[in-house]
Design a binder for this molecule. Sequence first.
Ligand SMILES: [Zn+2]
Length: 284
Amino acid sequence: MMKGECRGELLLTKRDRKVIFCKKCGYAHISPMYSEEELEKFYEYVYRRSTPSNLWREKVRSIKKWKSCGSILDIGCWEGAQLEYFKKEGWKCTGTELNKKAAAIATSKGISIYQISIKEFFQKFSKKRWDVVNVAYILEHIPDALGFLQRLKSNIAKNGIVMVEVPNEFNPFQLAYIKEHNLTPYWIALPDHVNYFDKEGIRNLVKKAGYTILRGESSFPMEMFLLMGDDYLKRKSLGRASFKKVVNMERILRCYEPDLLSKFYSILYQCGIGRSTVLYLQPR
Ligand SMILES: [Zn+2]
């Protein structure tokens, strides 16, 4: 991709980078972009404990709308938490993960893991196809998100599904919160996050890459706690408490009103709110 043509409204400046809403790409990203080599070095060794996701369970459930079982590839699977849920349901699981420590943890769970970069993945598996490919928390990290999604199409089996999940940034709840408190966007994370997708941004990207959106879902809008005054940005313990509340609510609804919960998250997506966005896609 010719990053040279990228330009658009300047959203803010952080460290030595600008964050622009790029007219060409259709979403916000840093400028100038980091090189793949700079980022690969960073990801191979920098280890962080994984943040639990409310959507691990939800995705195993949602995918049944299109696939009852089969093979799944998780690109950048971190410690293999998502694959564990699929494995329990009888799916044939494969993961790739560049980070050494996270890949070792995933392997210890009895999942087939390749400790390779995305570039190495495309070289090694140019002819292999999977029924489902999970691309969770990847697109915000990679310089050429469009090229990645285009190339990935040759790894999707006939009628296969790609599940894309990205943090929902510059979302209306975040924007209201920072305006109220006169803050700059607190979600800008360098060098980790080079791209920032709100609902329209991620839709623009996947459509340009040649995918049809079958369904969209959000995870719970955690920023609602900020708006209610539980400022977990200032106090970490509030963050853990907020997360527990959401887990409780989901556990109860999953038990008694699972379809309503699913519908609720699909409506949040339509409103552009939610901590992350999940799209179920099919190559066009
Ligand atoms: Zn751009």
